[in-house]
Design a protein around this ligand. Structure first.
Ligand SMILES: *Cc1c(COP(=O)(O)O)cnc(C)c1O
Length: 390
């Protein structure tokens, strides 16, 4: 028997990422294939590279690695961590806490700085950890903790680490393009993002920015540990890309077409305007949620992410039933909580294509309608008015 793949496709996906993508990206991905060693494709890659440098605000070259962003994050540890290295890991959420295992996997001695998953790590906590462990080589953290919708103060953390010679590994998978990231100015060492969050393209790539200090350290770590230097996780084969436009592996050509279309949107709209659009979408979502009479998950406005909003599941409501109703009746797919937070929160992604006035108002009205249908009263008019006003 043949298997017919007929997925249920909601009209709109405003999950914690991936979300619905820009129509321009969708059509670009259907472009006819070219071989990756042709002049045309090399020229395309060069222009993607310029756009990526603009996106991370770096003069260096960003690596367009095939493989979901988790791969880029593991690459960072493969290349920067030697057995015995003290690594400070900020565990402010699901991804941050999980990264400790990756660091340990490469021999790191991990010092966790843990906070509850409804807040972010303060710069004072980071300073205290750095003071207590002057021998630390690496500090890893998540910029925007998508699973709980919190955001860590990336600029302050990176500047502090840079001044102390501690290398930073930053998971900004749902940050870059939605929040300000200044790779060179803040002295970041490795920063990873993906095309499927704030850029509004599809999953399947890691976009990895690497500082000069991180390149130097990678060369030393690979030599000293004897780690396999042609591993797909090893940074060294990517020198040919940095130095002479030569991608060491076959790039995911259709994904590159989509990524380029997404980067064109950023270039046309202007990076600052795109970030402002994410900020506005987040502010409007939060205002709407509060005015409807619902509670936000994260403890303080200053700790909240720009790309996603987490809402406490109201008492007496089953989150699976709520999300199911939103999807089946109203065609809107959103996310629930992960791990410990499962059942406690729902998440609305406003990133890339979905960081828009129309999408935010849609999400609020669908959420409100579904809650009322389940017998939970909300102030729908107040919610939509507050969101519009924001
Ligand atoms: C989405 C996400 C990831 C994982 O990205 P993949 O491309 O799915 O591997 C990692 N960290 C954060 C903070 C994310 O939001």
């Amino acid at each position: 028997m043949t298997y017919a793949f007929r997925p249920h496709v909601p009209e709109l996906t405003m999950a914690s990422g991936p979300c619905s993508i820009y129509p321009q990206v969708l059509s670009a991905m259907g472009t006819r294939m070219v071989h990756h060693r042709t002049d045309d494709f090399v020229a395309l890659m060069r222009s993607v590279s310029d756009d990526l440098s603009m996106l991370f605000r770096t003069v260096g070259r960003v690596l367009p690695v095939e493989g979901e962003s988790i791969l880029g994050l593991e690459m960072a540890a493969y290349n920067l961590v030697e057995p015995g290295d003290v690594c400070i890991n900020l565990a402010s959420g699901y991804y941050g806490a999980g990264y400790a295992k990756v660091l340990r996997g490469y021999g790191g001695t991990v010092v966790d700085v843990a906070v509850p998953y409804d807040t972010s790590v303060s710069i004072e906590q980071v300073r205290a950890a750095l003071d207590a462990h002057p021998e630390a080589k690496v500090l890893a953290f998540v910029h925007s903790e998508t699973p709980s919708a919190s955001e860590n103060p990336m600029e302050e953390i990176c500047r502090e680490c840079h001044s102390r010679g501690v290398l930073t590994i930053v998971d900004s998978v749902s940050g870059v393009g939605g929040s300000d990231v200044r790779f060179d100015e803040w002295g970041v060492d490795v920063c990873v993002t993906g095309p499927q969050k704030c850029l509004g393209s599809t999953p399947g790539m890691s976009l990895v920015a690497v500082s000069d200090r991180a390149w130097e350290r990678a060369c030393r770590v690979i030599a000293e540990t004897g780690r396999y230097d042609r591993s797909y996780l090893c940074l060294l084969p990517w020198r040919s890309w940095v130095e002479c436009d030569y991608v060491p592996y076959t790039p995911p050509i259709s994904s590159i077409y989509g990524l380029k279309a997404a980067l064109d949107i950023v270039a046309d709209e202007g990076l600052d305007n795109v970030i402002a659009r994410h900020e506005t979408a987040a502010r409007a979502t939060r205002a709407g949620i509060r005015a409807m009479g619902l509670d936000l998950w994260v403890d303080d406005e200053s700790h909240m992410a720009n790309s996603v909003t987490a809402v406490r599941v109201p008492d007496g409501i089953d989150d699976t039933m709520l999300r199911g109703l939103m999807d089946e009746r109203y065609g809107l797919h959103i996310s629930g909580g992960l791990g410990e937070e499962a059942g406690k929160l729902i998440r609305i992604g406003h990133m890339g294509y979905t960081a828009s006035r129309q999408k935010v108002l849609t999400a609020l009205s669908v959420l409100g309608s579904a809650l009322m249908e389940l017998g939970y009263p909300v102030d729908m008019t107040g919610g939509l008015q507050a969101a519009s006003a924001a």
